[in-house]
Each structure stands twice: as C-alpha cells, then as structure tokens.
Design a protein around this ligand. Structure first.
Ligand SMILES: [Zn+2]
Length: 73
C-alpha cells in the first residue's frame, strides 16, 4: 500500500477503486479526495463538501468521482 500513498501525493487527486465508489454510493457517502475518508450524507453529485477527517473541502459524491475519472478500475 506504500506505493498507493506515493501515487496519491504525486497526483493532484487520489483515485478510488470501483468497489470503493460503489460502496460509497450504496451508503450515500462521499469520498474525500484529500485523505480518502468516507463522509456520510452526501448526494451522488455532492461537490466540495467539508471532510470531517482533514477539514479540506474535498469530499465528492460517488457520481462526481466517476465523472472526474478518478476510478482506477
Ligand atoms: Zn479528508
């Protein structure tokens, strides 16, 4: 998993697997592009919600993450 962390730091945004995105979608969660945390109560098209883990406004809904091409599968 060390290489994943490195890649996420090098890229502008981290990426997620399709399974992670589908899980977030099923739980109505968003994913933080800064730290990767799940945030609940996010619409699939949520954008720039505040992350409770890292306080960055980088939480996006599952649909938005797919649209942004951040799915690695
Ligand atoms: Zn975060």
């Amino acid at each position: 998993m060390a290489s994943v962390t490195k890649a996420a730091r090098a890229a502008k945004y981290r990426t997620f697997t399709l399974a992670q995105i589908q899980e977030a979608d099923a739980m109505e969660c968003g994913l933080c592009l800064a730290c990767g945390a799940l945030r609940d109560c996010c619409e699939p098209d949520a954008r720039r919600y505040r992350c409770e883990e890292c306080n960055e406004n980088q939480v996006y809904g599952a649909n938005e993450i797919m649209m942004m091409g951040l799915c690695t599968d």
